[in-house]
Design a binder for this molecule. Structure first.
Ligand code: TRP
Length: 328
Protein backbone atom coordinates (compact mmCIF):
# COMPACT_ATOMS: atom_id res chain seq x y z
CA UNK A 1 0.00 0.00 0.00
CA UNK A 2 1.26 3.44 -0.92
CA UNK A 3 0.53 6.74 0.72
CA UNK A 4 0.11 9.58 -1.75
CA UNK A 5 -0.07 13.17 -0.54
CA UNK A 6 -0.25 16.55 -2.21
CA UNK A 7 -1.50 20.10 -1.89
CA UNK A 8 -1.56 23.48 -3.61
CA UNK A 9 -0.87 26.79 -1.96
CA UNK A 10 -4.02 28.94 -1.78
CA UNK A 11 -2.60 32.19 -3.11
CA UNK A 12 -4.01 33.94 -6.13
CA UNK A 13 -6.25 32.32 -8.65
CA UNK A 14 -5.50 28.85 -9.86
CA UNK A 15 -4.53 28.42 -13.46
CA UNK A 16 -4.95 25.67 -16.02
CA UNK A 17 -1.26 24.96 -15.33
CA UNK A 18 -2.09 23.93 -11.74
CA UNK A 19 -4.89 21.78 -13.09
CA UNK A 20 -2.98 19.96 -15.83
CA UNK A 21 0.29 19.68 -13.94
CA UNK A 22 -1.05 18.55 -10.59
CA UNK A 23 -4.69 18.56 -9.54
CA UNK A 24 -6.29 16.64 -12.35
CA UNK A 25 -4.04 13.66 -11.61
CA UNK A 26 -4.87 13.45 -7.91
CA UNK A 27 -8.28 11.77 -8.03
CA UNK A 28 -6.83 9.05 -10.28
CA UNK A 29 -4.68 7.86 -7.37
CA UNK A 30 -7.73 7.12 -5.20
CA UNK A 31 -8.79 3.56 -4.48
CA UNK A 32 -6.36 0.97 -5.85
CA UNK A 33 -5.34 0.20 -2.27
CA UNK A 34 -3.63 3.59 -1.91
CA UNK A 35 -3.96 5.85 1.06
CA UNK A 36 -4.54 9.32 -0.36
CA UNK A 37 -4.23 12.62 1.45
CA UNK A 38 -4.91 16.00 -0.15
CA UNK A 39 -4.69 19.23 1.73
CA UNK A 40 -4.71 23.01 1.55
CA UNK A 41 -1.38 24.36 2.82
CA UNK A 42 -2.91 27.62 4.01
CA UNK A 43 -0.10 28.39 6.48
CA UNK A 44 2.20 28.49 3.47
CA UNK A 45 0.21 31.49 2.24
CA UNK A 46 1.57 33.59 5.12
CA UNK A 47 4.94 33.99 3.41
CA UNK A 48 3.58 37.05 1.60
CA UNK A 49 1.46 39.67 3.36
CA UNK A 50 -2.20 38.98 2.64
CA UNK A 51 -5.61 40.15 3.64
CA UNK A 52 -6.92 37.64 6.25
CA UNK A 53 -10.32 37.57 4.55
CA UNK A 54 -8.62 36.66 1.29
CA UNK A 55 -6.64 33.79 2.84
CA UNK A 56 -9.81 32.37 4.35
CA UNK A 57 -11.71 32.70 1.08
CA UNK A 58 -8.95 31.18 -1.03
CA UNK A 59 -8.53 28.29 1.39
CA UNK A 60 -12.19 27.39 1.05
CA UNK A 61 -12.03 27.95 -2.72
CA UNK A 62 -9.18 25.52 -3.00
CA UNK A 63 -10.92 22.96 -0.84
CA UNK A 64 -13.96 23.25 -3.13
CA UNK A 65 -11.70 22.76 -6.16
CA UNK A 66 -10.33 19.56 -4.62
CA UNK A 67 -13.87 18.20 -4.46
CA UNK A 68 -14.63 19.56 -7.93
CA UNK A 69 -11.82 17.65 -9.62
CA UNK A 70 -13.03 14.44 -8.02
CA UNK A 71 -11.34 14.03 -4.67
CA UNK A 72 -13.80 12.07 -2.63
CA UNK A 73 -13.82 12.54 1.16
CA UNK A 74 -14.88 8.91 1.53
CA UNK A 75 -11.76 7.71 -0.25
CA UNK A 76 -9.23 10.38 0.64
CA UNK A 77 -8.36 12.42 3.68
CA UNK A 78 -8.91 16.10 2.93
CA UNK A 79 -7.41 18.47 5.45
CA UNK A 80 -6.49 22.04 6.11
CA UNK A 81 -2.91 22.56 7.24
CA UNK A 82 -3.81 25.04 9.97
CA UNK A 83 -6.34 22.61 11.48
CA UNK A 84 -3.59 20.09 12.24
CA UNK A 85 -1.08 21.76 14.54
CA UNK A 86 1.42 18.91 14.19
CA UNK A 87 2.47 20.49 10.87
CA UNK A 88 3.90 23.57 12.53
CA UNK A 89 5.30 21.55 15.41
CA UNK A 90 7.27 19.22 13.16
CA UNK A 91 8.29 22.21 11.06
CA UNK A 92 10.19 23.77 13.97
CA UNK A 93 11.89 20.49 14.79
CA UNK A 94 12.96 19.90 11.19
CA UNK A 95 14.27 23.45 10.95
CA UNK A 96 17.12 22.11 13.04
CA UNK A 97 17.95 19.33 10.60
CA UNK A 98 18.44 21.48 7.54
CA UNK A 99 21.18 24.00 6.82
CA UNK A 100 21.01 27.52 5.47
CA UNK A 101 23.23 26.31 2.64
CA UNK A 102 20.56 23.84 1.57
CA UNK A 103 17.80 26.44 1.70
CA UNK A 104 19.96 28.92 -0.18
CA UNK A 105 19.98 26.52 -3.10
CA UNK A 106 16.20 26.41 -3.46
CA UNK A 107 15.47 28.02 -6.81
CA UNK A 108 11.96 29.10 -5.89
CA UNK A 109 13.31 31.05 -2.93
CA UNK A 110 16.08 32.55 -5.04
CA UNK A 111 13.63 33.70 -7.71
CA UNK A 112 11.06 35.08 -5.29
CA UNK A 113 13.48 36.85 -2.98
CA UNK A 114 15.19 38.52 -5.92
CA UNK A 115 11.88 40.06 -6.95
CA UNK A 116 11.02 41.21 -3.43
CA UNK A 117 12.79 44.01 -1.60
CA UNK A 118 14.45 43.35 1.78
CA UNK A 119 11.08 44.00 3.49
CA UNK A 120 9.51 41.07 1.68
CA UNK A 121 12.32 38.62 2.39
CA UNK A 122 10.62 37.01 5.34
CA UNK A 123 12.17 34.11 7.24
CA UNK A 124 8.99 32.15 6.51
CA UNK A 125 9.64 32.44 2.80
CA UNK A 126 13.11 31.08 3.38
CA UNK A 127 12.01 28.09 5.42
CA UNK A 128 8.91 27.41 3.32
CA UNK A 129 10.39 24.10 2.07
CA UNK A 130 10.86 22.90 5.66
CA UNK A 131 7.16 23.32 6.43
CA UNK A 132 6.52 21.44 3.22
CA UNK A 133 8.84 18.66 4.44
CA UNK A 134 6.82 18.47 7.65
CA UNK A 135 3.57 18.19 5.62
CA UNK A 136 4.98 15.26 3.71
CA UNK A 137 6.83 13.40 6.46
CA UNK A 138 4.06 13.47 9.06
CA UNK A 139 2.00 11.01 7.03
CA UNK A 140 4.70 8.58 5.83
CA UNK A 141 4.03 9.69 2.26
CA UNK A 142 5.63 7.56 -0.46
CA UNK A 143 4.64 9.68 -3.43
CA UNK A 144 4.01 13.37 -3.87
CA UNK A 145 2.37 14.21 -7.21
CA UNK A 146 3.38 17.79 -8.05
CA UNK A 147 4.28 20.15 -10.87
CA UNK A 148 7.89 20.48 -11.87
CA UNK A 149 8.61 23.52 -9.68
CA UNK A 150 8.12 21.45 -6.52
CA UNK A 151 10.52 18.59 -7.33
CA UNK A 152 13.43 20.30 -5.64
CA UNK A 153 11.42 20.74 -2.44
CA UNK A 154 10.49 17.06 -2.35
CA UNK A 155 14.13 16.12 -2.88
CA UNK A 156 15.12 18.30 0.05
CA UNK A 157 12.41 16.58 2.10
CA UNK A 158 13.99 13.27 1.25
CA UNK A 159 17.41 14.51 2.36
CA UNK A 160 16.03 15.78 5.66
CA UNK A 161 14.22 12.49 6.28
CA UNK A 162 17.30 10.48 5.49
CA UNK A 163 19.44 12.58 7.80
CA UNK A 164 16.97 12.22 10.64
CA UNK A 165 16.65 8.46 10.13
CA UNK A 166 20.43 8.04 10.22
CA UNK A 167 20.62 9.89 13.53
CA UNK A 168 17.67 8.30 15.33
CA UNK A 169 16.73 5.15 13.43
CA UNK A 170 13.88 4.69 10.96
CA UNK A 171 11.32 7.39 11.61
CA UNK A 172 10.32 8.86 8.27
CA UNK A 173 9.49 7.30 4.92
CA UNK A 174 11.60 8.73 2.08
CA UNK A 175 9.15 10.36 -0.33
CA UNK A 176 9.53 10.84 -4.05
CA UNK A 177 7.99 13.44 -6.34
CA UNK A 178 5.91 12.15 -9.23
CA UNK A 179 5.35 14.47 -12.16
CA UNK A 180 3.23 13.88 -15.26
CA UNK A 181 5.12 13.22 -18.49
CA UNK A 182 3.44 16.16 -20.20
CA UNK A 183 1.98 19.27 -18.64
CA UNK A 184 4.18 19.38 -15.53
CA UNK A 185 5.28 22.85 -16.54
CA UNK A 186 2.76 24.79 -18.57
CA UNK A 187 4.26 27.98 -19.94
CA UNK A 188 2.94 31.52 -20.35
CA UNK A 189 0.68 32.05 -23.38
CA UNK A 190 2.61 35.07 -24.58
CA UNK A 191 6.11 34.15 -23.46
CA UNK A 192 6.75 30.42 -23.76
CA UNK A 193 10.10 30.65 -22.00
CA UNK A 194 8.52 31.47 -18.63
CA UNK A 195 6.18 29.39 -16.51
CA UNK A 196 2.47 30.23 -16.59
CA UNK A 197 1.78 32.14 -13.41
CA UNK A 198 -1.17 33.87 -11.84
CA UNK A 199 1.13 36.62 -10.63
CA UNK A 200 1.99 37.52 -14.23
CA UNK A 201 -0.21 39.80 -16.39
CA UNK A 202 -3.68 38.44 -17.31
CA UNK A 203 -3.03 37.68 -21.00
CA UNK A 204 -0.32 35.22 -20.04
CA UNK A 205 -2.47 32.76 -18.11
CA UNK A 206 -5.92 31.22 -17.96
CA UNK A 207 -7.56 30.96 -14.57
CA UNK A 208 -9.78 28.01 -13.67
CA UNK A 209 -12.62 30.44 -13.06
CA UNK A 210 -12.32 32.21 -16.40
CA UNK A 211 -15.30 32.66 -18.74
CA UNK A 212 -15.68 31.31 -22.25
CA UNK A 213 -15.11 34.50 -24.24
CA UNK A 214 -12.00 35.37 -22.37
CA UNK A 215 -10.52 31.86 -22.75
CA UNK A 216 -11.18 31.81 -26.48
CA UNK A 217 -9.74 35.30 -26.92
CA UNK A 218 -6.58 34.48 -24.99
CA UNK A 219 -5.86 31.36 -27.03
CA UNK A 220 -6.46 33.33 -30.20
CA UNK A 221 -3.86 35.86 -29.07
CA UNK A 222 -1.40 33.27 -27.76
CA UNK A 223 2.00 33.49 -29.45
CA UNK A 224 2.99 30.77 -31.89
CA UNK A 225 6.26 29.84 -33.56
CA UNK A 226 7.54 31.08 -36.90
CA UNK A 227 6.47 28.13 -39.05
CA UNK A 228 2.87 27.00 -39.23
CA UNK A 229 2.87 23.25 -38.66
CA UNK A 230 1.00 21.90 -35.64
CA UNK A 231 3.66 19.53 -34.35
CA UNK A 232 5.41 18.94 -31.05
CA UNK A 233 9.05 19.91 -30.63
CA UNK A 234 9.72 21.59 -27.33
CA UNK A 235 13.15 22.94 -28.19
CA UNK A 236 12.48 24.22 -31.70
CA UNK A 237 8.81 25.17 -31.29
CA UNK A 238 8.21 26.00 -27.63
CA UNK A 239 5.01 28.00 -28.19
CA UNK A 240 2.98 25.46 -30.17
CA UNK A 241 4.40 22.62 -28.05
CA UNK A 242 3.05 24.33 -24.95
CA UNK A 243 -0.38 24.69 -26.58
CA UNK A 244 -0.30 21.02 -27.58
CA UNK A 245 0.45 20.08 -23.96
CA UNK A 246 -2.59 22.10 -22.91
CA UNK A 247 -4.66 20.39 -25.62
CA UNK A 248 -3.72 16.88 -24.47
CA UNK A 249 -4.16 17.93 -20.83
CA UNK A 250 -7.78 18.73 -21.59
CA UNK A 251 -8.61 15.90 -23.99
CA UNK A 252 -6.44 12.94 -22.97
CA UNK A 253 -5.46 12.54 -26.63
CA UNK A 254 -1.84 11.68 -27.37
CA UNK A 255 0.56 14.08 -29.06
CA UNK A 256 0.57 11.88 -32.17
CA UNK A 257 -3.22 11.96 -32.36
CA UNK A 258 -3.20 15.75 -32.18
CA UNK A 259 -0.55 16.00 -34.87
CA UNK A 260 -2.54 13.75 -37.18
CA UNK A 261 -5.77 15.63 -36.45
CA UNK A 262 -4.21 18.95 -37.45
CA UNK A 263 -2.07 17.80 -40.34
CA UNK A 264 -2.22 20.41 -43.09
CA UNK A 265 -4.21 22.77 -40.87
CA UNK A 266 -3.09 26.15 -39.62
CA UNK A 267 -2.35 27.43 -36.15
CA UNK A 268 -5.49 29.58 -36.24
CA UNK A 269 -7.79 26.60 -36.50
CA UNK A 270 -5.92 24.67 -33.83
CA UNK A 271 -6.07 27.62 -31.44
CA UNK A 272 -9.75 28.15 -32.02
CA UNK A 273 -10.51 24.49 -31.29
CA UNK A 274 -8.30 24.63 -28.22
CA UNK A 275 -10.22 27.65 -26.91
CA UNK A 276 -13.50 25.79 -27.25
CA UNK A 277 -12.21 22.57 -25.69
CA UNK A 278 -10.71 24.35 -22.69
CA UNK A 279 -13.62 26.72 -22.11
CA UNK A 280 -16.19 23.90 -22.31
CA UNK A 281 -14.31 21.85 -19.75
CA UNK A 282 -13.82 24.87 -17.49
CA UNK A 283 -17.53 25.67 -17.67
CA UNK A 284 -18.31 22.14 -16.52
CA UNK A 285 -15.81 22.37 -13.66
CA UNK A 286 -16.98 25.86 -12.65
CA UNK A 287 -20.52 24.62 -12.39
CA UNK A 288 -19.52 21.88 -9.95
CA UNK A 289 -17.26 24.28 -8.07
CA UNK A 290 -20.12 26.74 -7.53
CA UNK A 291 -22.23 23.96 -6.06
CA UNK A 292 -19.56 22.90 -3.57
CA UNK A 293 -18.68 26.48 -2.73
CA UNK A 294 -22.26 27.65 -2.21
CA UNK A 295 -22.71 25.49 0.88
CA UNK A 296 -19.92 26.73 3.10
CA UNK A 297 -21.16 24.95 6.22
CA UNK A 298 -21.00 21.52 4.54
CA UNK A 299 -17.63 22.31 3.07
CA UNK A 300 -16.21 23.24 6.47
CA UNK A 301 -17.74 20.11 7.97
CA UNK A 302 -15.89 17.95 5.42
CA UNK A 303 -12.65 19.76 6.21
CA UNK A 304 -13.10 19.38 9.96
CA UNK A 305 -13.77 15.68 9.65
CA UNK A 306 -10.78 15.16 7.38
CA UNK A 307 -8.52 17.20 9.62
CA UNK A 308 -9.65 15.23 12.68
CA UNK A 309 -8.71 12.02 10.89
CA UNK A 310 -5.36 13.51 9.93
CA UNK A 311 -4.64 14.63 13.51
CA UNK A 312 -4.75 11.03 14.67
CA UNK A 313 -1.96 10.04 12.28
CA UNK A 314 0.07 13.24 12.64
CA UNK A 315 -0.04 13.37 16.44
CA UNK A 316 1.31 9.84 16.65
CA UNK A 317 4.25 10.80 14.48
CA UNK A 318 4.96 13.87 16.58
CA UNK A 319 5.03 11.80 19.77
CA UNK A 320 7.49 9.39 18.15
CA UNK A 321 9.72 12.22 16.90
CA UNK A 322 9.72 14.09 20.20
CA UNK A 323 10.60 11.02 22.17
CA UNK A 324 13.45 10.18 19.80
CA UNK A 325 15.05 13.59 20.10
CA UNK A 326 14.55 13.97 23.84
CA UNK A 327 11.68 16.44 23.99
CA UNK A 328 9.24 15.78 26.84
N1 TRP B 1 4.57 24.17 -2.30
C1 TRP B 1 3.35 23.72 -2.87
C2 TRP B 1 2.82 24.80 -3.83
O1 TRP B 1 3.40 25.79 -4.04
C3 TRP B 1 2.30 23.46 -1.85
C4 TRP B 1 2.68 22.46 -0.82
C5 TRP B 1 2.88 22.71 0.49
C6 TRP B 1 2.82 21.06 -1.01
N2 TRP B 1 3.17 21.55 1.16
C7 TRP B 1 3.14 20.54 0.27
C8 TRP B 1 2.73 20.21 -2.11
C9 TRP B 1 3.37 19.16 0.44
C10 TRP B 1 2.95 18.86 -1.93
C11 TRP B 1 3.27 18.34 -0.66
O2 TRP B 1 1.74 24.68 -4.34
Amino acid sequence: MKTILSGLKPTGEMTIGNYIGAMKHWPLTQGKGNKTIFFVPNAHALTARQDPKEIRKRTLDLAAWLLTVGIDPKESTILIQSMVSAHSELFWILDNYVTMGELNRMTQFKDKSKKLGPEGQLVGLYSYPVLMAADILLYDSNEVPVGEDQIQHVELTRDIANRFNKLYGDTFVLPKATVPKYGARIMSLDEPSVKMSKSDHPDSYIALGEDKDSVIKKFKRAVTDSDSVVSYDKAAKPAISNLIEIYIGFTDKSIEEVEVLYEGKRYGEFKQDLGIIVSDKLAELQHKFEDYRADEASLIEILEQGSAKARQIADKKIIEVKSKIGLL
